[in-house]
Design a protein around this ligand. Structure first.
Ligand code: HEC
Ligand code: HEC
Length: 492
């Protein structure tokens, strides 16, 4: 029986791709196996075949790893230069996906000698470790999706009790590259307008009150005096440095690479050489800079591996709007789409924001080549499409990328990342139908529960929804359910 399975795998793989699998195993050769692909064939039959071929490759890799333990990890450990010379963006996606789904081992550097072997409740900024792989938490709605309530992470506690930790539900990584790009463009525009106003105030010898509105989102006001000093008391939903930070429930990160390194460290105790050498000992451990967690493994994640995981996240597909097909439901959907605006949801969950440049750039910190992709061409399918008539490109995020005070009911036990306890980034609603449960700690099992729990700045909008009789609430729920991820076969 085992022989039959082996044979089947070999046959499927054989017809799927070239005969790379027949080459002899070499001990530290980086190789790209097509186990994940950013492309999604048009027909369901072709999609099915692709899934079977990928599964066969995965099986083959497992055999190779069984024959030569550590092979799978080494196969996704290229040098930084090789990323550009030997591999294509499609390879980056597949290799990044392999790292994202890999069960990290102690031999690779999992955990640390200053940490328990596993812990649900993180010890300060050092973390758990709480999982063997990224996809243990990011899976709902498909690979790199959201996490269930059981996958909640318990950050920055005393390492022993839930009540000391900040409870957070894993968000999906859909369209993450676009989120970062949008943040970057908005940041550049905000900072340019501030600098311009400072120069103007100085040159004219006049005080200036600047309304910071970019891409239709208002971030409040800056008061600039004629000597160039800036008063930021009236800023709204953003830090004083005017950096838009689209990642994390609190809006704590601007850059996916930072999130990848932070997540690798706190969830898995896997430290990149750069992170180990440059981060605060409170985050990485008190040991020497080449092995701060003192587990005897240096360079646990190479810079190239961090780049691969970052590119994998950045290249994630863009969620779609798929209205229901039955005519009765279609009417509800259309009404719900309107209600979303009339009820005031769209004031924070801004349906779409214009973006100019689709290039995602990963600048090397260690002298390697910079990696750049055009998300319109290399991102995973489905991709964003420019408007057919105007050519305009808009990111259908359903967020203003701003932070808002959400009231006492949703407040956490304490402030975090310099952000007040009751303040959260407007959660993007794209793909929302595939990312149950909802809210920062996953306390809301349904969309309706999530809305009803809104307070603070969203109180009026929430009250308007709650005041509707049951029949009139249905349209909004139907509309929200149309915000989903592109159809796909169930993935691992
Ligand atoms: C134990 C569960 C868990 C594991 C394992 C995990 N994550 Fe996460 N991830 C989370 C949670 C929870 C958040 C939200 C954190 C916050 O807002 O404070 C998050 C946030 C993120 C984000 C930001 C998404 C956004 O839009 O805000 C990215 C990117 C990410 N994780 C990538 C990774 C990668 C890469 C790995 C593996 C190295 C990983 N995660 C492992 C739970 C997990
Ligand atoms: C003042 C800004 C604001 C308004 C108005 C607002 N929201 Fe939100 N919304 C947020 C913030 C911030 C969060 C995240 C809160 C948290 O996680 O604790 C959120 C979370 C959500 C979530 C959960 C998302 C997830 O993935 O967990 C849904 C669903 C949602 N909002 C829908 C709506 C709808 C529908 C309306 C209109 C009835 C609305 N919101 C009005 C700011 C707003």
């Amino acid at each position: 029986m085992r022989h039959l399975v082996l044979l089947l795998a070999a046959v499927t793989v054989g017809c799927a791709t070239d005969d790379a699998a027949d080459e002899p195993l070499q001990s530290s050769e980086a190789r790209s196996f097509p186990v994940f692909s950013p492309s999604r064939p048009d027909t369901s039959a072709a999609q099915g075949l692709q899934a079977l071929q990928q599964d066969a490759w995965r099986r083959e890799l497992r055999f190779m790893d069984a024959a030569d333990p550590g092979f799978a990890f080494r196969s996704v450990r290229p040098t930084y230069g090789e990323l550009e010379d030997r591999f294509s963006p499609e390879d980056w996606f597949s290799m990044g996906g392999q790292l994202f789904t890999m069960n990290f081992t102690e031999a690779q550097g999992f955990g640390g000698s200053d940490l328990p072997s596993m812990s649900r409740f993180h010890l300060g900024q050092r973390g758990g470790p709480d999982a063997r792989r990224c996809s243990a938490c990011h899976w709902r709605g498909g690979l790199a999706g959201a996490g269930d309530a059981a996958d909640n992470a318990f950050f920055r506690g005393d390492g022993e009790t839930e009540s000391t930790a900040l409870v957070r539900n894993p968000p999906p990584l859909f369209g993450a590259g676009w989120k970062q790009r949008l943040g970057e463009e908005m940041t550049a525009e905000l900072q340019f307008r501030r600098d311009d106003a400072i120069a103007f105030a100085r040159a004219r010898g006049e005080d200036v009150r600047l309304h910071l509105e970019v891409r239709g989102v208002s971030f409040g006001f800056l008061s600039i005096s004629r000597d160039g000093t800036v008063d930021d008391t009236d800023l709204e939903g953003i830090d004083a440095d005017l950096i838009v930070r689209p990642f994390g429930w609190k809006g704590a990160f601007a850059d996916l690479r930072d999130v990848v390194e932070d997540a690798s460290n706190v969830h898995h105790g896997m430290q990149s050489s750069w992170f180990a050498a440059n981060e605060d000992p409170a985050r990485v451990g008190e040991g020497p800079t080449n092995d701060p967690d003192q587990d005897g493994v240096e360079d646990e994640l190479s810079d190239a591996q961090v780049a691969l995981m970052t590119m994998f996240a950045a290249m994630q597909d863009v969620p779609v709007e798929l209205p229901p097909s039955g005519s009765g439901l279609l009417l509800l959907y259309a009404r719900g789409r309107q209600d979303f605006t009339t009820l005031g949801c769209a004031e924070c969950h801004v349906p779409s924001i214009e973006i100019e440049d689709a290039h995602y750039n990963l600048i090397s910190r260690t002298g390697g080549p910079d990696l750049s992709i055009n998300l319109l061409e290399a991102g995973a399918q489905p991709r964003l499409q420019p408007d057919v008539i105007t050519g305009e490109l808009r990111v259908p995020l359903y967020s203003d990328l701003k932070r808002h005070a959400m009231g006492d009911e949703l407040a956490e036990p304490r402030d975090d990342a310099g952000v007040a306890a009751d303040v959260f980034l407007t959660t993007p609603l794209w793909g929302i139908a595939r990312s149950r449960p909802y809210l920062h700690d996953g306390r809301a099992p349904t969309l309706e529960d999530a809305i009803v729990l809104h307070g603070g700045e969203a109180q009026a909008s929430r009250d308007a929804f709650v005041a509707l009789p049951e029949d009139d609430r249905a349209p909004l729920r139907v509309f929200l359910t149309s915000l989903t991820r592109g159809e796909r076969l169930a993935s691992p």
